[in-house]
Design a protein around this ligand. Structure first.
Ligand SMILES: O=C(O)CCC(=O)C(=O)O
Ligand SMILES: [Fe+2]
Length: 206
């Protein structure tokens, strides 16, 4: 999609990407970063915060089992608001590519850093859509060690579906899929470090 072309939310370019079907009406869409987009893993790894966020799950305070930080737009989840920092130069390339080739409304980045040796993971959840542009996609870029990206039917019986999130893979969850399927990234015994960059479209100033 050339930057000058008008974006039609009813016909976004990612609809033409390969898909993994989850049920009759829901899927995730599978892309890859172009080879021309330079991202240095060590530079991005060095940006992880020193401290772990604390969240409240069913009234119990606990440390988040990974490092995370929001850039560009505030992010609301599990009873807290992660106040965004400006987007660092190191992520400008991936944000620009995503706005040009996926959806020009993408303006928030949520970084997660997973260290295999610390058994970091993210448990099953649906993404909060607070403040998000209605109908916009959730886009996750994976870097480093491969992990399963696991989806389960939300409050329905049914088997989980794993998509292998490999280095430089892009996994896109459409709005309707996030409403009906949970996702999680379990720890893998093989270990290794993984960074995920999740891009979302928020309306207004955060
Ligand atoms: O690390 C990932 O691939 C997923 C991150 C995620 O689901 C989230 O931050 O909401
Ligand atoms: Fe998520």
């Amino acid at each position: 999609m050339p930057e000058t072309a008008a974006f039609d939310p009813a016909s976004p370019p990612w609809l033409r990407w390969p898909t993994r079907a989850l049920d009759e009406t829901h899927a995730v869409h599978l892309g890859r970063l172009p080879d021309t987009l330079a991202l240095d893993f060590e530079t991005l790894w060095a940006l992880h915060p020193e401290r772990f966020h604390r969240i409240s799950i069913m009234g119990r305070e606990t440390a988040v089992p990974r490092w995370s930080r929001a850039y560009g737009a505030d992010y609301h989840y599990s009873g807290r608001t992660d106040v965004a920092l400006p987007v660092p130069e190191a992520f400008a390339g991936v944000l620009g590519w995503a706005r040009g080739h996926i959806d020009p409304r993408l303006n928030g980045l949520l970084l997660n850093w997973y260290e295999g040796a610390r058994k970091h993971y993210i448990g099953k959840h649906r993404d909060s859509t607070t403040g998000m542009v209605d109908g916009s996609p959730i886009v996750t870029v994976s870097l480093g060690a491969a992990r399963p990206f696991r989806m389960r039917p939300y409050k329905r019986a049914g088997a989980f579906v794993d998509v292998e999130a490999t280095d430089r893979s892009v996994l896109l969850i459409p709005w309707a899929t996030n409403a009906t399927w949970t996702h999680e990234v379990p720890h893998r015994a093989a270990g290794g470090r993984r960074i995920s960059i999740t891009l979302r479209a928020f309306s207004g100033p955060g």
